[in-house]
Design a protein around this ligand. Sequence first.
Ligand SMILES: CCCCCCCCCCCCCC(=O)SCCNC(=O)CCNC(=O)[C@H](O)C(C)(C)COP(=O)(O)OP(=O)(O)OC[C@H]1O[C@@H](n2cnc3c(N)ncnc32)[C@H](O)[C@@H]1OP(=O)(O)O
Length: 177
Amino acid sequence: MLSDDDVKWLETPQPGWSALRLPHMILEDSFVSGDSSGRRLSLRFFRHDPDRSLRAKVIFGPGTQGPPGHAHGGSMAAVLDDAMGGAAWMQGHPVVAAELTARFKTMLPLGARCVVEAWVSAVDGRKVRVAGRLRQGDGDTVFAEGEALFITLDPKKFGVLTSEASRIFSELDEGTS
Ligand SMILES: CCCCCCCCCCCCCC(=O)SCCNC(=O)CCNC(=O)[C@H](O)C(C)(C)COP(=O)(O)OP(=O)(O)OC[C@H]1O[C@@H](n2cnc3c(N)ncnc32)[C@H](O)[C@@H]1OP(=O)(O)O
């Protein structure tokens, strides 16, 4: 479903980005990143090293369709939710989403190469506010913007996921220091 060029594009970090190698336990069956067929969502996650925010490259496949030829709003919101949650985890906050707002700005053509940017905007006790943007990969068109409130949970509730996440991010630090 994806061309070799699309796969190469997805896997190539931009300057200042480090690839996040997420373990099978996180990817397997993930609603957003668990499909490897190219039919629905194809994503690769990265850290933007200068400010440790999150980046993802994403292609919306034919199985994400809403309006003919274009992505369903729910699929864009799901990608923003996942990326914004990942941005919080990446900064050491083991969170789940409590509230999410998405603004759909431009219809997103299926198959287009897109970039997601997500960053923590404020932390107040257990409340972690995160913002995100889904845009054209090789241009300035913004397809959707999001804001979300995440709530930090006791890391014990996530079992081994928390220690796996710490391991992934400390390996990145070793690689970039
Ligand atoms: C790249 C990364 C790698 C690793 C990552 C892997 C995974 C990434 C995964 C990312 C996946 C994507 C993410 C997903 O999709 S996560 C899946 C979708 N989310 C859920 O299923 C969450 C369901 N909700 C809950 O579990 C509970 O309600 C939570 C935990 C959220 C709060 O219940 P809890 O009993 O713990 O807390 P509390 O009630 O004492 O409230 C605490 C404070 O928060 C405030 N508050 C609470 N709710 C709301 C609200 N709706 N609006 C405004 N404020 C709210 C509340 O007023 C209070 O404030 P204050 O009174 O203290 O001022």
